[in-house]
Design a protein around this ligand. Structure first.
Ligand code: SF4
Ligand code: SF4
Length: 472
């Protein structure tokens, strides 16, 4: 149940005269309003302007702005300069110009006031403002803490234009929530102490999941620890530091001491994912293979020569012969069409899959959206295929190192024969300077495994998960 603040700090009359809110500087700003799962549900029947929700109601999402006179909220009526869903507007909009964000030190969550709002600028330092802040702190902080427990993505990253007012809570264990600003530092660790060429040892494939599950990190004694909180805490990768291929007892103890504090002692959730076979030392228990990454020779896929690629070649030829198509670099203007395509693709997929895989499909959409929005910063190559001027396929990839290129996501309209094969071939052709193409894992999906194997991978790299045998 949304708690409504009484009274709101700025009157609707004041806002109607102003032209700041509901317009955004760019498509990915954290000032886009957040809709919790209930609001997503309520508003999705009201309008189709918000994406996805019919396939997933577990969590909220920020709206995707429309490009119109800059960027505007899809619920904003530009002509009337007002919100078309005013009575139903999300809690985030009701709270604004007060916001919940990480503090400057990035070790906690604060309530702040956006000084881009002229009413806030005029009010700061005055009695009425302080009285309102006291009201928020004394009567609202408990509700906000509860709200962000359920809606971790409601919390914005630190913003220079927001004045911090009071602390709501600190992050546990001195962890920092992942931000695009961490790209250099984390990439530096992953490159400097490179352990292998698997996909998850890069910043981009980690960061794209930031709106699916909260991701945190910490450096301890020159070693990087990346934590995930998905209803319980675990390590996404083994600690990354100088020892490269050695998962030392000390690092294991450090990791599991923190996990014990975050979960509870010896919790079965405490584990390390994306381990290599050389990590599977005697201190680890419950070691199991969690996935397999498939690696192909890029030249083979780009050329599709020989008998083993006969059917792929035929599919590509069919596509080329029967379609009016264009293979192009993704532009931010394509985002709506790409999401539409994903939703159509997902609707078909979820008809024939179990609950767990439905969840994976819903999660992936959030990751694709982050990929589209941050493709430049993440160094992602994004390509779209238009058939009859409509996006019918798209693919993302990134360079793992000089030899390895990874295809992160790929979506193609299944009703267009040969499109998926042709798009993959083109992507490999474009990246032929990399010797290997990593197709990532199969997430335990038999049909995905079949598709990946049909490209005749030269390597199949197993990935393990393990927890710790506590001897101390
Ligand atoms: S910037 Fe302030 S005054 Fe202007 S519309 Fe937004 S909340 Fe209202
Ligand atoms: S939901 Fe309404 S108040 Fe909120 S940003 Fe959109 S148009 Fe503005």
């Amino acid at each position: 149940m949304i708690k409504v603040m009484q009274p709101e700090f700025i009157t609707p009359e004041e806002c109607l005269k102003c032209k700041v809110c509901c317009r955004f500087s760019d498509i990915k700003t954290d000032f886009r309003p957040y809709l919790d799962s209930k609001e997503v549900q309520d508003l999705s029947c009201y309008t189709k302007k918000i994406y996805l929700p019919h396939i997933d109601n577990r969590r909220g999402t920020r709206i995707i702005p429309q490009k119109k006179d800059g960027f505007i909220c899809p619920f904003f009526n530009l002509e009337k300069n007002s919100c078309s869903i005013y009575e139903k507007r999300p809690f985030d909009c009701r709270l604004y110009p007060f916001v919940v964000m990480e503090n400057k030190e990035r070790n906690g969550i604060v309530v702040g006031a956006d000084i881009s709002c002229h009413s806030i600028r005029n009010a700061i330092g005055k009695y009425g403002f302080q009285k309102y802040v006291n009201y928020l702190q004394n009567h609202f902080a408990g509700y906000l803490i509860e709200y962000i427990e359920k809606n971790p993505f409601f919390v914005m990253e630190y913003q220079d234009c927001v004045q911090e007012l009071f602390l709501l809570k600190s992050f546990p264990e001195g962890l920092k929530k992942i931000s695009i600003k961490d790209s250099l530092l984390i990439s530096d660790f992953l490159t400097k102490y490179k352990r292998c060429s698997l996909s998850f040892y890069s910043f981009a494939p980690i960061y794209v999941w930031k709106n699916v599950t909260p991701i945190y990190w910490k450096i301890i004694e020159d070693c990087l620890y990346i934590f995930i909180n998905a209803g319980g805490w675990f390590l996404l990768l083994p600690p990354i530091g100088k020892d490269k291929k050695h998962l030392t007892t000390l690092k294991l103890k450090t990791a599991f001491d923190i996990l014990d504090n975050l979960n509870c002692k010896h919790s079965p959730v405490s584990r390390i994912e994306n381990l290599q076979d050389w990590d599977c030392c005697k201190e680890l228990k419950n070691v199991r293979q969690s996935d397999t990454e498939y690696v192909c020779i890029s030249k083979e896929i780009a050329e599709l020569k020989g008998n083993k690629y006969k059917s792929k070649r035929a599919s590509c030829n069919y596509f080329e012969k029967h379609n009016d198509f264009q293979y192009k670099k993704f532009q931010q203007d394509d985002i709506e069409q790409c999401i539409d395509l994903y939703l159509r693709w997902a609707e078909e997929k979820i008809k024939s899959t179990d609950e767990y895989h439905k969840m994976l499909i819903a999660d992936a959409l959030f990751a694709h959206i982050v990929g589209f929005q941050f493709c430049q910063e993440l160094g992602l190559q994004v390509r779209a295929v238009c058939v009859n001027n409509k996006v019918q396929g798209y693919t993302f990839g990134f360079a793992i190192d000089e030899e390895n290129f990874c295809v992160l996501f790929e979506i193609a309209n299944k009703n267009i024969k040969g499109l998926a094969q042709w798009m993959f071939k083109m992507f490999c052709k474009e990246n032929i300077s990399y010797k290997y193409i990593n197709l990532m894992g199969d997430s335990g999906l038999e049909n995905l495994k079949g598709v990946k194997k049909s490209y005749h991978p030269i390597k199949q790299e197993p990935i393990f998960t393990g927890s710790m045998l506590r001897l101390f």
